[in-house]
Design a protein around this ligand. Sequence first.
Ligand code: NAD
Length: 516
Amino acid sequence: MVISEFKNEPFVDFSMPENQERMKSALKKVKQELGKEYPLIIGGERVKTSEKFKSLNPSNPDEVIGILQQPADKEVTQAVEVAKDTFENWKHTSAKERAGYLFKAAKIMRDRKFELSAWLVYETGKTWPEADGDVAEAIDFMEFYAREALRYALHQPLTPFPGEINELRYIPLGVGVVIPPWNFPMAILVGMTSASFVTGNTVILKPSSDSPVIAHKFMEILDEAGLPSGVVNYLPGRGSVIGDGLVGNPHTRFISFTGSMEVGLHIVELASKAQPGQIWIKRVIAEMGGKDCTIVDSDTDLDSAADGVIAGAFGFQGQKCSACSRAIVVDSIYDEFVEMLKIRAQKLKVGMPTDPTNYMGPVINERAFKSILNYIEIGKQEGKLVCGGKALDRSGYFIEPTIIRDIASDARIAKEEIFGPVLAVIRAKDFEDALNIANSTIYGLTSSLYTRNRKYIERAKDVFHCGNLYFNRKCTGALVGVHPFGGFNMSGTDSKAGGKDYLLLFMQAKAISEKL
Ligand code: NAD
């Protein structure tokens, strides 16, 4: 099979009537499938437990998306055993065979794009384009990592040495625990899972309890692609109940985690303790939160900067790790720019994400809803409310796009991750001051700078401390292969998902030397 060069999956153009029709009929079809019960999948076996939990629609919490099994210690142990046994065969399969499953799964996902997007609209409150972006990125991850696995399986160059034949092979690690968040429940989950198994590891996939049904859809796709049983095992459920059992099990070899800093640090700590019977140091790949920003300099196209800040702050209700939660604006244009942001934010329509005229849907759950509203109250004390500031007066977790100005660089809403539609606007004396403010949080994930000043661009390249730095564009929307993604400091281990180094994190190199 000739494998073409990797190309990003194009986004669906929802301005075309035929695509609108396809999305509407997918939403109708999926609506009829809501409320079903989903089993655990352990070694291909469908398992039910006595304790269940529900996945709810954040736009309408009375609507049940699916009923899930809550695993306990017994199922955790069983899943680890199965993954461990399956690893003994799976580790010997060729990279070509493993990549083949990903190519097949990518094709199935492409064919079912609209249906999967519809599930995302219902389960996580994504608008049509946000849902489509999530599915497209999932396809990209599979296509990209399949090619990468083939590349790593090729002959690896070494320095020749007389009288010896030397070789270096990348081999898998073992049983991996994959723990994704709910905010990219397709893309991040698929990326972390695919990277794990295409490199020869077996997986216990523990999706977020806010998005377990979309994760089950991925399991169905892997099944259809013919992936052998036991390679990926599906164990949804609350992380607080089964997380420690998985991370602390002596037979799990690595943890691939994306989520909050608090949970990430807990995992790092637990994984660092060798358990009785454990014969390795566990590897943890942890991608965590952000307090990302956009710096706006005076020498720039202010309209384009305002559009970029608004899209970065309020796309998917600000629930992206890369979301722009701070706009740092230089003094000379500050007031004018805040006005421009206000006009734009007030035009954003908030409502049911099934309706394509809405730009923003709900936030994910009641806990997030309360926490964001609480941050808005804190923000009102710390600065001046420009617009928004309230929940919509209806059921569902809808919050207005909120802008708060005159925030000090050390205020709580300038430092803590809110993960909702709240933008703090901070005044900077000049560009240098803006850079200092930008770098003054514990995080370091994404940032952007709007300026025409070449000196400022070069200076920012040197000192702006973040994993993904953008100029004259918004700070969200990284593309697989194009913008390898991951952050510094408390944003994580900078694992650069969708980059050429990523698969190395799931393998170990074996050097083999034969004397002639
Ligand atoms: P979260 O930390 O609450 O949950 C993430 C995952 O961890 C979920 O699957 C959850 O069930 C599980 N979990 C919870 N407690 C656990 C425990 N004790 N042991 C093991 N697993 C446990 O995060 P979230 O609310 O799902 O996601 C939002 C967070 O993710 C934000 O902080 C966001 O910035 C971050 N995020 C980071 C990136 C990145 O690439 N850096 C990408 C997306 C999201």
